[in-house]
Design a protein around this ligand. Structure first.
Ligand SMILES: N[C@@H](CCC(=O)N[C@@H](CS)C(=O)NCC(=O)O)C(=O)O
Length: 251
């Protein structure tokens, strides 16, 4: 059976290749959930990757600086397509699904497009700081402390200030949830609030504006359904976990 989108394009069969973890894959999965795109998780065998997995991914995309995540459409058919780089995967998801920004006085969608591009870059700035503080990736305990007690609060403050300036209810003053919300929500919560504040000694730096927005994102029906569903529950390595917090930041 071929399924069709509302614009009568056939809906591709979607496979998402990543570790059985949240990490850089989580925002892509959340975006697919929020955009109404069904997808199948295909997990790597191990973390770090086995030589077999590395060879398999290289065979797929030929990229040598990193392997995952990979978005694969219509695997094994003449229409098969691959996408790598999480930011490019996010934009592809956005073109396939039905999320959108709804901004006043934005007839050609230019402002909405900018809000999304900026949010993706802002969120990745925070994620890159997280990896630069991660002791499991060879950084020092000093680097870890710098992320937890300096950089994470500093970036959260910036997000809070932007949200206050633009107004809500959603990111950039949009009245509908967009990809901008998904990517910033993942970074703030899964690279910080849930990843660090889950144990002792780390204070949640979010103020009331950001907290209300987090609650708004989490109560949007598709995000809520994904986070409460089996597909997410069955992911073994989630960053909001004391074992992961200890392993990554020594806390
Ligand atoms: N900028 C890339 C970074 C991707 C990346 O760092 N991937 C890591 C996992 S999060 C990876 O594949 N590591 C294993 C490897 O490269 O062999 C993106 O956002 O997709």
């Amino acid at each position: 059976i071929t399924m069709f989108c509302s614009n009568s394009k056939p809906i591709p069969k979607v496979k998402f290749h990543y570790y059985p973890a949240t990490a850089r894959g989580h925002q892509c999965r959340l975006a697919m959930a929020a955009a109404g795109i069904e997808f199948e998780d295909v997990f790597s065998d191990e973390f770090p990757l086995t030589e077999g997995d590395k060879a398999r991914y290289f065979e797929m995309h030929g990229n040598t600086t990193f392997n995952l995540p990979i978005l694969q459409l219509d695997a094994g058919t003449d229409d098969e397509k691959l996408y790598i780089q999480s930011s490019a995967i996010l934009q592809k998801i956005n073109r396939m699904g039905d999320m959108k920004t709804t901004i006043e006085n934005d007839p050609d969608g230019d402002q909405g497009a900018y809000i999304i591009e900026k949010a993706i870059a802002d969120a990745d700035d925070l994620r890159n700081k997280y990896y630069a503080g991660n002791i499991n990736f060879g950084n020092s305990q000093e680097d870890a402390k710098k992320y937890v007690f300096e950089n994470f609060p500093k970036y959260v403050k910036n997000f809070e200030s932007q949200l206050e300036k633009s107004g809500g209810p959603f990111w950039g003053g949009s009245s509908t949830l967009s990809l901008a919300d998904v990517t910033i929500y993942d970074a703030v919560c899964f690279y910080g609030v849930y990843a660090l504040v889950c144990g002792e000694g780390v204070v949640d730096p979010c103020g009331p504006t950001l907290k209300e927005w987090i609650a708004r994102v989490e109560s949007s029906p598709r995000i809520k359904a994904y986070l409460e569903g089996e597909q997410y529950k069955n992911l073994p390595m989630k960053s909001d976990n004391l074992v992961v917090r200890k392993m990554f930041f020594g806390l």
